[in-house]
Design a binder for this molecule. Structure first.
Ligand SMILES: [Zn+2]
Length: 77
C-alpha cells in the first residue's frame, strides 16, 4: 500500500515546485550588466532556462547580452 502512494506524493511535490518556480518567475526580473535594462522572461522560459548557483542563463532583449544573471525580486526595487 505504502509503495503505491509514493509516486503520487512525488507528483504532488513536483507540481508544488513548479507552481513555486512559476510564482517566483512572475515576481522577478533581471538587470543587464551591459546596457542596464531591466527585463522579465516568460515563466516557461524561466523554468527551462539553465541555472546554476542561483543564477539563470538569460538573454537581454535590449542588447542581446547572454549570460548568467541572478533573478531580482520585484519587491526589492
Ligand atoms: Zn542589455
Amino acid at each position: 500500500m505504502a509503495a503505491q502512494i509514493v509516486p503520487f506524493i512525488v507528483l504532488i511535490l513536483a507540481i508544488m515546485l513548479m507552481l513555486l518556480v512559476a510564482r517566483r518567475a512572475k515576481h522577478s526580473h533581471f538587470e543587464c550588466p551591459e546596457c542596464g535594462c531591466a527585463f522579465k522572461i516568460p515563466v516557461a522560459a524561466y523554468m527551462v532556462s539553465f541555472h546554476a548557483m542561483g543564477k539563470r542563463e538569460v538573454t537581454c532583449p535590449g542588447c542581446g547580452y547572454r549570460g548568467f544573471l541572478p533573478p531580482i525580486s520585484d519587491d526589492e526595487s
